[in-house]
Design a protein around this ligand. Structure first.
Ligand code: GDP
Length: 139
């Protein structure tokens, strides 16, 4: 493996608004290598499991509704310092607070429909990547 990994999802708003290509281009331009890539629509069970850490938060129901509203694109990415660099590339959770030029600033529609997910640690990268991809689907 030539670098660290992170896991991302292009969320339903980004897919619905036709931003898959533009976001993947930004990811490649920023030096990330695509290790795994897949498009699918999450069930309520899957979305609930993926965001189980937020189960007690007031926005959990809204988040599950949103994440199951249309297809997502899941990917594992590789680069030195992948987790931190990808969080910088996507910007703050709330797109109105995200820095100029970040993916969320450019493509997100709201704090919930914020275009893209990025793992927050190496540990969660491994858990989230394995949620979608087996060893034979990681290149
Ligand atoms: P992230 O790591 O930047 O994605 O942010 P969090 O882990 O805190 O939240 C996970 C996801 O929940 C975010 O990406 C948003 O889609 C959603 N979310 C976070 N905060 C809010 C909120 O205050 N309201 C709503 N509706 N959704 C939120």
């Amino acid at each position: 493996m030539s670098g660290n990994r992170t896991f991302t999802m292009l969320k339903p708003d980004a897919v619905e608004n036709g931003h898959i290509g533009a976001i993947l281009a930004k990811i490649n331009e920023a030096g990330f290598r695509i290790v795994s890539l897949q498009m699918q629509q999450l069930s309520r069970h899957e979305a609930g499991l993926f965001y189980a850490v937020h189960k007690e938060r007031s926005f959990y129901g809204e988040l599950v509704d949103y994440m199951t509203s249309g297809p997502i694109v899941a990917a594992i990415l590789e680069k030195d310092n992948a987790v931190e660099d990808f969080r910088t590339l996507i910007g703050a959770t709330d797109p109105t607070q995200a820095a100029e030029g970040t993916i969320r600033r450019l493509f997100a529609t709201s704090i919930s429909a914020n275009a893209v997910h990025g793992s927050d640690s190496n540990e969660n990268t491994a858990i989230e990547g394995a949620f979608f991809f087996g060893a034979k689907e990681q290149f």
